[in-house]
Design a protein around this ligand. Structure first.
Ligand code: SF4
Length: 216
């Protein structure tokens, strides 16, 4: 059961049977694959059928999974996906701390015939003070420290008319804003985790051992 403040509401993260996936078991009593939710599920099928872009993207991503399952890296999957949806100009919304990795990704994109265009998070050089972040909330206090500006990253990539935007290491929350303001579809190559070498799932893999302190 999940929830806080005494609120307990079972959901898929309470499930142990996953009959939606296997189809050979029985749905649990709290299952979200129920009659109440049937109209929502059917509505989504109509969206895939009638919204040209949504249907094309849904099929393209399923095809990439099916054709390259456990064989392609995420870099390769992005290349295959971009090709399937006809994307040529690929926006890279990069953390400035990962800009060398973004340059390498751009090298791969160019080698495969795509046109990469990157915008770094610090673009515009706006000091944090300007948007109301006080000195004591800066990483290095007392001097110039620019904001990450994911809204500008999105708007500059929108201006370029990118077909698909790829996140490389944007901060938690900055990625949310980038996705909100991007005109093009967004996928992620690198999910930033400054502690775990950009492998955030390591915190979950070690929850039963070295990372169990988080539960205290
Ligand atoms: S949809 Fe039902 S069967 Fe599937 S994970 Fe959720 S609760 Fe389990």
């Amino acid at each position: 059961m999940d929830g806080k403040n005494g609120e307990q509401r079972a959901s898929c993260i309470s499930c142990g049977v996953y009959n939606c996936d296997s189809g050979d078991k029985t749905f649990p009593p709290f299952c979200l694959t129920n009659e109440e939710n049937r109209p929502i599920i059917e509505e989504t099928i109509r969206i895939y059928e009638t919204d040209e872009q949504t249907g094309r993207v849904a099929r393209a991503s399923a095809e990439v999974e099916g054709e390259h399952y456990c064989q392609a890296t995420r870099v390769e999957e992005i290349l295959y996906f971009a090709e399937k949806i006809g994307a040529k100009k690929i926006g890279i919304a990069t953390c400035v701390g990962l800009i060398e990795e973004s340059k390498l990704f751009a090298k791969i994109l160019r080698a495969k015939g795509f046109q990469p265009f990157g915008v770094a998070c610090k673009v515009g050089g706006v000091d944090k003070n300007v948007i109301g972040i006080p000195d004591e909330k800066k990483v290095d206090r007392g001097g110039y420290e620019p904001i990450c500006n994911p809204v500008a990253q999105a708007k500059l990539l929108n201006k370029e008319g990118t077909d698909l935007n790829v996140i490389v290491g944007l901060c938690v929350g900055h990625d949310s804003l980038f996705i909100k303001y991007s005109d093009a579809l967004v996928t992620t190559l690198v999910t930033k985790d400054r502690v775990l070498g950009h492998n955030p799932v390591a915190a979950l893999y070690t929850l039963g051992s070295y990372y169990k302190k988080i539960l205290r």
